[in-house]
Design a protein around this ligand. Structure first.
Ligand code: SF4
Length: 91
């Protein structure tokens, strides 16, 4: 007899899987794609994030990106806002 275990785990999509679903464009159009300033996307509390916010300002998938960050508990700058484990800390 074979017993098959059922799994009930909820698997959240990755950013790459989610962003193609955006109605504002596909993830390949993400303005930050290939950005060399990695540290700018994870600012210290005392540090501004004007650079990242500026890049996001021109991004066609900005809304979907911020929603993704909030829903999946991301930290750093997403959609032009700073999040800490999915909580908006600096709009
Ligand atoms: S909104 Fe900002 S963080 Fe999100 S994909 Fe666009 S440029 Fe990147």
């Amino acid at each position: 007899m074979t017993v098959r275990a059922e799994t009930t785990a909820v698997v959240e999509p990755t950013l790459a899987e989610l962003l193609p679903l955006s109605d504002s464009g596909d993830w390949h159009r993400a303005a930050c794609r290939g950005d060399p300033h990695h540290e700018a996307w994870f600012p210290y509390p005392s540090q501004d994030f004007d650079y990242a916010r500026g890049v996001c300002g021109d991004c066609p998938i900005r809304a979907a990106c911020g929603e993704f960050a909030a829903r999946t508990g991301q930290s750093g700058v997403w959609g032009g806002h700073e999040f800490d484990r999915g909580r908006l800390i600096r709009p």
